[in-house]
Design a binder for this molecule. Structure first.
Ligand code: G3P
Length: 217
């Protein structure tokens, strides 16, 4: 499973990237707003920092304007994935921009049929939003499973990018189902390393090491 970081915070991306666990970055207008940075500037900086795809989202809603924005975003760097919303115009832009050879991340996906359409329109990634479905008492993980089944049935190569991940269980559940990629905020990725038994076990080992006078360097 590839790990993308869902943030436009350069320091947070750098810390995880230094560990070698970052396969890409996803942003959206809300995350750009949170960063307080200019979208073109911060996206350029992120794209230079990481090797993998960096999703940058358009803000236009009409296909030809989306295409123009998408081209401008893609010109920032070779590893930009143009992020388009799953609307009819977004699908038109997806078809046009993917035909030009750009990576496309189709976002705001909440149904298997939407994912099917995105794959047919040439999306590189489809982003089903798990947490936002859970928020309204639906089952985000069921959507990931449905899309996996449909894509496998027909051999679609569009990668399932589990998004709107809020918990560590979302990560392992999406991995069990076979999502190709997950994108999560840095805090959730860091929490993946935590376990109370690890903490308790380490405390005991350190206590014993101290009482035994163990010194290594
Ligand atoms: O990648 C999309 C994601 O950022 C949405 O997450 O937590 O705002 O639903 P959230």
């Amino acid at each position: 499973m590839k790990f993308f970081v869902d943030t436009a915070d350069i320091a947070a991306i750098s810390e995880l990237n230094d560990l070698g666990i970052v396969d890409g970055v996803t942003t959206n207008p809300s995350l750009i707003k949170k960063s307080g940075r200019d979208i073109l500037e911060v996206t350029k900086e992120i794209a230079a920092l990481v090797d993998g795809p960096v999703s940058a989202e358009v803000v236009a809603t009409e296909a030809s304007a989306m295409i123009a924005e998408g081209r401008k975003l893609a010109a920032i760097a070779d590893n930009i994935a143009i992020k388009l919303p799953l609307t009819w115009d977004g699908l038109k832009a997806c078809k046009a921009l993917s035909t030009e050879g750009h990576m496309i991340n189709v976002t705001l996906c909440f149904s298997a049929n939407q994912a099917l359409l995105a794959a047919k329109a040439g999306a590189t990634f489809i982003s089903p939003f798990i947490g936002r479905l859970d928020d309204i008492n639906l089952d985000g993980m069921e959507l990931i499973a449905d899309i996996r089944e449909i894509y496998d049935n027909y051999g679609f190569e569009t990668q399932i990018l589990a998004a709107s991940i809020r918990t560590v269980n979302h990560v392992s559940d999406a991995a069990k189902i076979g999502a190709d990629v997950m994108t999560a905020p840095p805090e959730v990725i860091k929490k993946l390393a935590q376990h109370p038994l690890t903490d308790a076990g380490l405390a005991q080992f350190l206590k014993d090491a101290e009482s035994a006078g163990i010194k290594i360097v």
